[in-house]
Design a protein around this ligand. Sequence first.
Ligand SMILES: NC(=O)c1ccc[n+]([C@@H]2O[C@H](COP(=O)([O-])OP(=O)(O)OC[C@H]3O[C@@H](n4cnc5c(N)ncnc54)[C@H](OP(=O)(O)O)[C@@H]3O)[C@@H](O)[C@H]2O)c1
Length: 299
Amino acid sequence: MANTTRRIVVSGATGKQGGALISSLLSTPSQPFEIYALTRNKTSKSAIALSSKPNVFVIEGNFDNPSAVFRQVDKPWGFFSVTNPMNAKKEEAQGKAMTKAAVDAGVKHIVFTATDRGKNSDEDATPVPHFASKFEIEKDIVEKSKLNGGTWTFLRPVAFYENLSNDFLGKGFISMWRLNGNQNKLKLISTKDIGKVAAEAFLKADQAQYKNKAIALAGDEISLDEAAKVFKEETGSTIPETFSFVGKGLKFALHEQLGIMFNWFKTDGFGVDAKQCKETYPFLKDFRAWLRTESAWKK
Ligand SMILES: NC(=O)c1ccc[n+]([C@@H]2O[C@H](COP(=O)([O-])OP(=O)(O)OC[C@H]3O[C@@H](n4cnc5c(N)ncnc54)[C@H](OP(=O)(O)O)[C@@H]3O)[C@@H](O)[C@H]2O)c1
């Protein structure tokens, strides 16, 4: 009998979204996939933890050498694509090269996690470099998938709740948000919830909801004043924040990665309607639910 096992290569497996996808698949009864979890370092703590899970095989590789990644998997069926946004030009090149290697290896369904890009994500790359790179990677996936009759799902999440943390970057995130005004609303989402939708995109790849569809995702839309109030109510503490000059300094020093994006949050902002998302995916957490159940401040 032909071997019909569906093998999925998961990039970013040791990170938030890839890790959440794997957890979600593993919590699905009789999930049908063999999961090939990609990392640059098999001996890291998170890679070792993954290797002990059922049906998970950790493979070592780098976005800089995509064919070597897919050579390690016999007849891969699916690919979860997460990209590294620190240098947008490099992100685009690596993302496209990973797509090519996946399609060359015979992958039939690619789930790419990109980002929401405002009112017109299908047409507007936005001025944010690491949003524009994802726009180009999406277009490339559409073209390359046609070469082998493959399909795709794009996830377009908004900002992650996980950006909030008690460390320098987490406090800087709130300071940069405050520079946009206390009433400035930001759309946010839990990466665990992204993982749940990613799992569905593989499990139901041939269904109309996911086949060649782009899905924008948000769990909440909230102003900083509202977020600070909810944070205080849930944790008893003030929301972790630093001086506004630090926020300004971060926006200046990391202009390409953070400065342009926070300016865009103010002038344009994410387009997806969080309430509508919740109608489709009732499990999407609002900020309070995330604080209560998943955050570092959960009781
Ligand atoms: N933060 C937000 O609010 C937000 C919102 C929307 C979209 N995004 C996008 O989400 C993406 C990041 O996803 P994430 O936060 O889930 O990831 P993450 O937690 O930051 O983890 C990064 C993952 O990428 C892997 N990785 C990095 N460079 C690699 C390379 N050269 N070769 C192979 N693997 C590599 C790492 O694996 P190893 O270290 O194990 O090798 C790790 O698993 C970015 O594209 C970002 O723009 C972020």
